[in-house]
Ligand binder design. Structure first.
Ligand SMILES: Cc1cc2nc3c(=O)[nH]c(=O)nc-3n(C[C@H](O)[C@H](O)[C@H](O)COP(=O)(O)OP(=O)(O)OC[C@H]3O[C@@H](n4cnc5c(N)ncnc54)[C@H](O)[C@@H]3O)c2cc1C
Length: 557
């Protein structure tokens, strides 16, 4: 599919090529090597990662359920995996502007309990998994962005193009140009996480989402704080709903106390909101001033900031997981348990199941065909059960708002978990998120307080704390299908919501010397969250992968 530089490109062959060194991709790689060792042989596996190092682009809460890790590496504790803080306390609150109502834990369905889980830096967990994978012989190439697919003559996926460097803004080669390589495999695993750019192509090419509900998303924003020792309660987990989003827009917050006085504080806004004036980043900033939250952060310092979309469609939106030559694993398919805000365990398990399917196929002399047994294995696994129990929470919240949605959603989780059935069957999500905005003239503007620079920060200052970089002179990786559209239609109709939904300030509407508005893209700021690709009402923004090693450089998020 990729023409530019194709004739100059060298290729390398593997048994399995994995795109993305997140929990899904790394677990798949480890499992493949384990199976080969058990069979007394070897298997050639490579993992390609667009971040400058493994973990650089990983942004998560994270409270991790170790269920998949227990299966993958049962002695992970002895091996020093960085899961050091067991959850000690679970707190759920409904917030009002000035107060907070704690919901009794006994009302919560048991599946909402974090007992047995750990507060971690998922980036560090991935760094550790990568070291385990390398020790088993997996080749991991950070700084390698996979920008295209390589197809066989029969249309099946043969590999990926990775490592194109040195193009200028017009896409012409600069002196340091490198045409990239083709990395081919008997099977290609797509483990790009939410809204992957290759996954998007594959879902369209092979019509993998046929018959599914549209995928739904949230935007998750997070800061890492070092707090005063007296404010630190290792293992404490707090989730809130309500203020500042109110009863209609969906979302909520998380605050996880980790080790070394570190607290992860974050906010998720469901991207099906309808008011184009809603400014997710500013909702997050004002949230931190709530009397439940501010005292924890006061006297501390923000160490890092980042943002990432989160898939929320769950079971109803799960696409077909295999296509000729490869599979979707982890959040490239969308395996997050929405009410628990947890996807890592499912991402890892899908990676392991895909590894088992591919290993059996390769051992039988196959390659390049469709691994249908992987989809069947996921349906028969605890991943399916995990998603099934909570399948109605998101559609109920979307349709009935906070109170109705959560009350019925809670009841539904109870009946699903206790008796294995739902009074409601399986509810539909309805519209995709990009189709949910109302015209600006039908909506109220929202006044946001100015950040105080102590607890809350302006967007550009915060983006500096993601250590994001992109070259100035390179193709803009945020491609507008129709460059006139933001000003011609998004601006009059929706007051161009990209100005607000982007958590990194990439999109601006500026005026030229004649006072004429124009749309400006600061691609250098992009933190790779993919919200623009999801929420643009005209679906006019195509997020393409920039050259490898660019984007955020999260330390231990
Ligand atoms: C704010 C937030 C809070 C969350 N909290 C929790 C939590 O507390 N607990 C929990 O279990 N889950 C949580 N999740 C969900 C969890 O992060 C995901 O379920 C999990 O990370 C999915 O793993 P993955 O391997 O599928 O994808 P990812 O973790 O997204 O990893 C994908 C990797 O692929 C790389 N990549 C993408 N495209 C390419 C490409 N084309 N070429 C090369 N590399 C590429 C990326 O850089 C990244 O490193 C949260 C998510 C968010 C956004």
């Amino acid at each position: 599919m990729s023409e530019q530089g194709a004739s100059e490109r060298e290729s390398m062959d593997y048994d399995v090529v994995i795109v993305g060194a997140g929990p899904a991709g790394l677990s798949a790689a480890i499992r493949l090597k384990q199976l080969a060792a058990e069979a007394g042989g070897d298997i050639a596996v490579c993992v390609l990662e667009k971040g400058s190092e493994v973990g650089a682009h990983i942004l998560s809460g994270a409270v991790v359920d170790p269920r998949a890790l227990d299966e993958l590496i049962p002695d992970w504790k002895d091996k020093g995996a960085p899961l050091n803080v067991p959850i000690s306390e679970d707190r759920f609150y409904m917030l009002g502007a000035g107060g907070a109502l704690r919901l009794p834990n006994f009302l919560m369905p048991p599946l909402m309990s974090n007992h047995g889980a750990y507060a971690v830096s998922l980036g560090n967990v991935c760094r550790w998994l990568a070291a385990e994978a390398e020790a088993l012989g997996v080749e991991i190439y950070p700084g390698f962005a996979c920008s295209d697919l390589v197809l066989r003559d029969d249309g099946s996926v043969k590999g990926v193009v990775a490592g194109i460097f040195g193009l200028d803004r017009e896409g012409k080669p600069k002196p340091d140009y490198q045409p990239g390589m083709e990395l081919n495999g008997k099977y290609v695993f797509i483990a790009e996480g939410v809204r992957g750019s290759l996954a998007k192509k594959l879902i369209a090419r092979f019509d993998l989402a046929a018959g599914c509900e549209p995928q739904k998303y949230g935007l998750g924003m997070k800061e890492l704080w070092e707090v005063r020792p007296e404010n630190h309660h290792p293992g404490q987990v707090t989730h809130t709903m309500g203020w500042p989003l109110g009863m209609k827009a969906g979302g909520g917050s998380f605050m996880y106390h980790m080790e070394d006085n570190l607290v992860s504080v974050g906010f998720v806004v469901h991207l099906n909101y309808d008011n184009p004036y809603l400014f997710p980043y500013m909702e997050f900033q004002r949230f931190k001033h709530h009397p439940l939250i501010a005292p924890v952060l006061q006297g501390g310092r923000r160490i890092a900031y980042g943002a990432r979309a989160i898939s929320e469609g769950g079971l109803q939106s799960l696409p077909k997981l295999s296509f000729p030559g490869g599979v979707l694993i982890g959040c490239s398919a969308g395996v997050i348990n929405v009410p628990r805000i947890k996807g890592t365990h499912n991402a890892m398990k899908t990676g392991m199941l895909a590894a088992e399917a591919a290993f059996a196929a390769i051992a039988a002399g196959r390659g390049g065909d469709e691994l249908t047994s992987y989809g069947e294995a996921v349906r028969a696994s605890w991943v399916h059960d995990d998603l099934k129990q909570v399948r109605n929470v998101k559609p109920m919240w979307s349709k009935l708002g906070l109170i109705g949605g959560l009350s019925l959603g809670g009841l539904d989780m109870w009946t699903n978990q206790m008796f294995g059935f739902s009074l409601f069957g399986t509810l539909k999500h309805g519209k995709p998120d990009y189709a949910c905005l109302k015209p600006a003239n039908a909506c109220k503007k929202i006044d946001y307080p100015k950040p105080d620079g102590v607890l809350s920060f302006d967007r550009l200052t915060n983006v500096a704390f993601s250590a994001t970089n992109h070259e100035e002179d390179e193709p803009v990786h945020l491609q507008l299908k129709d460059p006139s559209l933001p000003i011609a239609s998004n601006l009059p109709e929706y007051d161009e919501p990209a100005q607000r939904y982007c958590p990194a300030g990439v999109y601006e509407v500026l005026e030229d010397e004649n006072g004429k508005p124009y749309f400006h893209i600061n691609h250098q700021n992009c933190v790779h969250c993919k919200t623009c690709d999801i929420k643009d009402p005209a679906q006019n923004i195509d997020w393409q992968v920039p050259q490898g090693g660019e984007g955020p450089n999260y330390p231990n998020m």
